[in-house]
Design a binder for this molecule. Structure first.
Ligand code: FEO
Length: 393
């Protein structure tokens, strides 16, 4: 499958309908994904990015139907993670001398993964490549989300090839933002931001400001995953500005991990206390042992306050909550409040441990938390309700 995006640009990527896990087991892709590769045919012929390695041979074979590979003058690798550089070995076997344009770090990453000494051309911000009617300008985008990342801007047709930036794991043959379901599109775009880009908020803000200051006309944003932004394409840029600035909605998320439902009953009582005081805040409860961890991360991203509960087990916390908090710690959330709770039978360390983990993850921990012995009785549940009330008061 390939399709023309403009007179000169053709999408030559791969839609991966089956993908349900990405980055090993670290990212759930409920809606599949795509690896977008773009072929530009001007006076010069340019290929931007490739696809993930399992689709390498299919990619090269399809590309041959589109063009004689020897006609490709330049390959541009905006980012060299394997989902974009995975077809390079099969491609370069056919056209071994074709120059590969990438950042200095891009050379290191490609060599680190593929161990080949191809014809690399290092580029930096502001370097240009005249390809005929259009001109390509390279913009380094370090840490968005790897040190090698760059964007390529094509003046003439005014297209920003942004690689992972503004992307989503969203398989759809509709391919354009004005054609797909908007709720699905934004759910996936936000999940992508929360789970991948949030640690790099400062870089996002700086890079967007830098690009906006150039006053480049942008007719289209072509990311390397998911849907192409062609209808009011800067809407996603504006969303990124919003998301990069300690984003939160009027939401409190309660995540618990429970053995015999004692901590769950505490969670529900705390939620009742919150809603008794604040009728407008949206309170969401999740048992993290039974929920998708990346969806939970997105809920945390949207929240102004996070409550985490776990029973005490073996002087520690339950493993699902421990795993989730390890993910949360790496994502660098800012401007969010938090509190901990949990049931216990004898030693009762879980709340203290949760408090420390939440503090280490950058949350403002509001109090010492609440713990209850064994299965909470009516008095204990009343204390949990009061605890919830206090949090929002
Ligand atoms: Fe889509 Fe960072 O690779």
């Amino acid at each position: 499958m390939s399709f023309k995006i403009t007179d000169t640009v053709t999408w030559v990527g791969k839609i991966d309908w089956e993908l349900n896990k990405f980055h090993g087991d670290e990212y759930s892709t409920h809606k599949g994904s795509s690896y977008n590769s773009y072929l530009i045919r001007d006076e010069k012929t340019v290929l931007i990015d490739t696809v993930w390695q399992p689709f390498s041979k299919e990619f090269v074979s399809n590309l041959k139907k589109e063009i004689n590979l020897k006609e490709i003058d330049y390959i541009i690798m905006n980012h060299s993670e394997i989902d974009h550089s995975g077809a390079l070995c099969d491609l370069m076997r056919e056209i071994p001398d074709t120059p590969i344009y990438c950042t200095k770090n891009g050379v290191k990453v490609i060599k680190g993964h593929h161990h080949k000494n191809w014809n690399f051309v290092e580029v930096k911000t502001g370097d240009t490549l005249n390809i005929g009617k259009n001109k390509l300008t390279f913009i380094e985008a370090r840490m968005l989300h790897w040190p090698d990342t760059m964007f390529t801007y094509m003046s003439g047709e005014n297209i920003l090839f942004s690689n992972d930036g503004f992307g989503q794991h969203f398989a759809s043959e509709l391919m354009y933002n004005d054609k797909v379901n908007q709720a699905d599109l934004y759910t996936e775009a936000m999940k992508y931001y929360a789970n991948i880009l949030n640690p790099f908020n400062k870089f996002v803000i700086n890079k967007i400001n830098e690009i906006l200051s150039l006053n480049l006309p942008i007719n289209m944003i072509c990311p390397s995953h998911g849907i192409i932004w062609r209808d009011n394409p800067t809407q996603i840029v504006n969303k990124y500005i919003e998301w990069a600035n300690s984003y939160q909605e009027n939401q409190i998320t309660i995540i618990y991990d429970t053995m015999w439902n004692c901590t769950r009953r505490m969670a529900e009582a705390i939620a009742a206390g919150i809603t008794a005081v604040d009728k407008n805040v949206e309170v969401k409860l999740f048992n993290c042992a039974h929920r998708d961890k990346n969806d939970l991360i997105t809920e945390v991203f949207k929240s102004k306050m996070l409550l985490v509960g776990s029973s005490t087990i073996n002087k520690g916390i339950l493993s699902a909550s421990a795993g989730l908090l390890e993910m949360i710690k790496g994502l660098g959330f800012t401007g969010k409040k938090a509190a901990a709770f949990g049931s216990y039978g004898w030693s009762g360390e879980s709340v203290k441990i949760l408090n420390e983990l939440l503090k280490d993850s950058g949350f403002e921990v509001m109090n010492e938390g609440i713990r209850e012995l064994w299965n909470p009785d009516e008095e204990a549940l009343e204390r949990c309700i009061k605890f919830g009330e206090k949090l929002v008061k």
